[in-house]
Design a protein around this ligand. Structure first.
Ligand code: NDP
Ligand code: 8X3
Length: 251
């Protein structure tokens, strides 16, 4: 309740679900994304329900713009309590030796470097105030590679290592770090991964009841509201008929 929560990539899927769930929890929201029109629509919908929302339009890969906007936050929005590092994507599902250089760069620049940029910009304030929480959206894909997942899996393995590293580095403070690792969540993720091939994207969720963005957002809100001495360090959330990143039993 009453926390200021910054969510990156709040225009879709897990980020949007987090925006709604943290708003329901009575928190103030800083929503970031690339699509300013959509972001504004989402913010208006939440404001109509009584939430307090600020929007920021930038690409997490644009370090200068991200810094300009975070450093230019209005006084009353500067004390960020929770950073949800959610913006991210997979592009392609091909053997590593046949992958696309541009897709690789985009995943690395967004999932690793974008997350690091936001952490670097926001966490010093948390440390100075001796209060805060970083929730990184990792993935089951970061626990072990699956066939053709190579670079995406590596970016999520990096999210795990960066979460662990940050947790160690702020252990002397009251700042908490959570690596929240979803399994199969039905969002726009597969559409993006398959460059808009809707049929291929739909097949990912065939024969199994996938997780929803809300399922993941519930865990994020729970972690953020745990008592101050409790640090939910890492959570793996799988669909019930999913055994691991590569074992999915379809009916
Ligand atoms: P969606 O595609 O539905 O949402 C991704 C969000 O990230 C969108 O708002 C998108 O904005 C934003 N985004 C992507 N690139 C950038 C960027 N460079 N700068 C700013 N925002 C950006 O997918 P999900 O909700 O599923 O994905 C959210 C996170 O969850 C990702 O980190 C993903 O890796 C992770 N995840 C997803 C799982 C799944 O099965 N769906 C499972 C495990 C983890 P835009 O529309 O402008 O691209
Ligand atoms: C998203 C989940 O299994 O499609 O990170 O990689 S998976």
């Amino acid at each position: 309740m009453d926390k200021t929560v910054m969510i990156t990539g709040a225009t879709s899927g897990i980020g949007l679900a987090c925006a709604r769930k943290f708003a329901d929890n009575g928190d103030r929201l800083i929503l970031t994304g690339r699509n300013g029109i959509l972001l504004e629509e989402i913010a208006n919908g939440l404001t109509d329900k009584g939430a307090s929302v600020l929007t920021m339009v930038f690409d997490v890969r644009d370090r200068k713009e991200a810094a300009r906007q975070v450093e230019g936050l209005p006084e009353e929005w500067r004390e960020i309590d929770v950073l949800v590092n959610n913006a991210g994507l997979a592009l392609g599902l091909e053997p590593e030796h046949e992958g696309d250089f541009t897709d690789w760069d985009t995943m690395i620049d967004t999932n690793i470097k974008g997350l690091l940029t936001m952490t670097r910009l926001v966490v010093p304030g948390m440390v100075a105030r001796d209060k805060g929480h970083v929730i990184n959206i990792g993935s089951v894909a970061g626990d072990a590679a699956y066939a053709n997942g190579n670079v995406y899996c590596a970016t999520k393995a990096a999210v795990k290592t960066l979460s662990d590293g940050l947790r160690i580095d702020v252990a002397g403070t009251n700042v908490r770090v959570t690596n929240l690792k979803p399994g199969l969540v039905e969002t726009n993720f597969s559409n993006t991964r398959f460059h808009g091939d809707k049929e291929r994207a739909a097949n990912v969720y065939k024969g199994i009841t996938p997780l929803t963005g809300d399922d993941i957002a519930d865990v994020a809100v729970f972690a953020a509201n745990a008592p101050a001495h409790v640090q939910i360090a890492e959570v793996l959330v799988l669909a019930t008929h999913q055994g691991s990143g590569s074992v999915i039993v379809r009916k």
